[in-house]
Design a protein around this ligand. Structure first.
Ligand code: NCD
Ligand code: ZN
Length: 347
């Protein structure tokens, strides 16, 4: 079986910097036309000037991979308590920045510079609503009293819904939705709200992470939830609903920093995302919706045209091997193991 679709884009990608950037960028550039680059470097990408410099470093890294089909990094800014509205508006007007990312302070990897109180960034959010600049949110509360498995649902109630009522004109993406609550909240919204879904949350649940031994390479944030939530995510991805699109959240960490007494959150899936997602859509008998999810819905939300190039996926009797570990400096980054045979291949 064979399916040809417009070249996909990745609407949520961590490329890191330095040696790690050079090591992982080829895995994305090989398959994707564009990617929305997350700004959680240390220190974060806060200003237009930071984004410009980071984009140049990514472009150099892409050039060094000698990828032939071209790969365009689309930049985001990291919202902090002290972000200046004028800087955000100018960076978006220049076409340098496509969206701004809100990390609640302490929610995830490299988020210590994040927003401590949404009230502090209201002037920036108002300016973004006025100029139609998209806000991407890491949708988890950080209150230590809230159980880690409830943090997304609680964020919707206590942060997202009040924000949307206060600023109905602001367009928001709930990034890496992991719960039925998130899916239902997005599908019941009238407008101005979309969600990205990751390949790993479409394939694994919390048992994969915790049963039969702890699997640090499945640890990511938001954490994988119960099977009923995974099923809701698959249904949303396969529904054809234009508000849902692919954001891989590919987030490389070295093997030793994952396999540690305090392991880092993040799944490195860039190299096998498309074969994994094709396999999920195939199992759901929804291959006719694959192109919408990976190649059409995202550009439509961001006001861009779909890629002109195409990509062909083929299903064979031979399962796809898990991609090889990627060397970085004197270490390795371990690719996502989908925990089941995947019979799809990028031709
Ligand atoms: C991401 C990272 O490592 O930068 N980790 C993750 O588990 N997804 C940060 C994030 O997107 O939450
Ligand atoms: Zn992420």
């Amino acid at each position: 079986m064979k399916i040809t679709i417009r070249q996909p884009d990745d609407w949520h990608l961590h490329l890191r910097d330095g040696d790690m950037l050079n090591a992982v960028v080829g895995s994305s550039a090989r398959h994707f036309g564009r990617a929305l680059i997350m700004p959680n470097l240390v220190p974060p990408v806060v200003t237009g000037a930071d984004a410009l410099a980071y984009r140049e470093r990514i472009e150099q890294a892409v050039a060094a991979t000698q990828t032939v089909n071209g790969f365009t990094p689309l930049m985001t800014l990291y919202l902090t308590d002290t972000t200046q509205a004028e800087d955000v508006v100018a960076a978006a007007a220049d076409g340098l920045v496509l969206a701004v990312k809100l990390y609640p302070a302490g929610a995830t990897t490299n988020s210590s510079s994040g927003v401590t109180d949404i009230g502090k960034v209201m002037p920036v959010l108002e300016a973004m609503a006025k100029h139609d600049i998209v806000l991407c949110v890491h949708g988890e509360v950080t209150d230590p009293a809230v159980d880690i498995f409830d943090r997304e649902a609680r964020f919707i109630e206590t942060v997202l819904q009040p924000l949307r009522l206060a600023l109905p004109e602001l367009r928001i993406v709930m990034e890496h939705v992991t719960t039925r609550d998130g899916v239902e909240y997005i599908s019941s919204s009238r407008s101005h709200l979309a969600g990205t879904l990751t390949p790993h949350h479409l394939m694994i649940n919390r048992n994969h992470l915790l049963v039969g031994g702890i699997r640090p390479h499945y640890y990511c944030l938001p954490i994988a939830k119960r099977e009923e939530h995974r099923l809701a995510l698959v249904a949303a991805a396969c529904s054809g609903d234009a508000r849902f699109f692919l954001g891989t959240d590919s987030a490389p960490h070295t093997k030793s920093s994952k396999e540690s007494d305090c392991g880092c959150a993040g799944v490195f899936n860039a190299a096998n995302t498309l074969v994994c997602v094709a396999s999920v859509f195939d199992e759901a008998n929804a291959l006719d919706q694959l192109e919408a999810f990976v190649s059409l819905n995202g550009p439509r939300w961001y006001g861009l045209t779909p890629n002109v190039a195409t990509l062909t996926l083929t299903k064979t009797a031979e399962p796809n091997a898990i991609p090889d570990p990627v060397p970085v400096a004197d270490e390795w980054v371990m690719p996502f193991d989908p925990a089941r045979p995947v019979y799809w291949h990028v031709s």
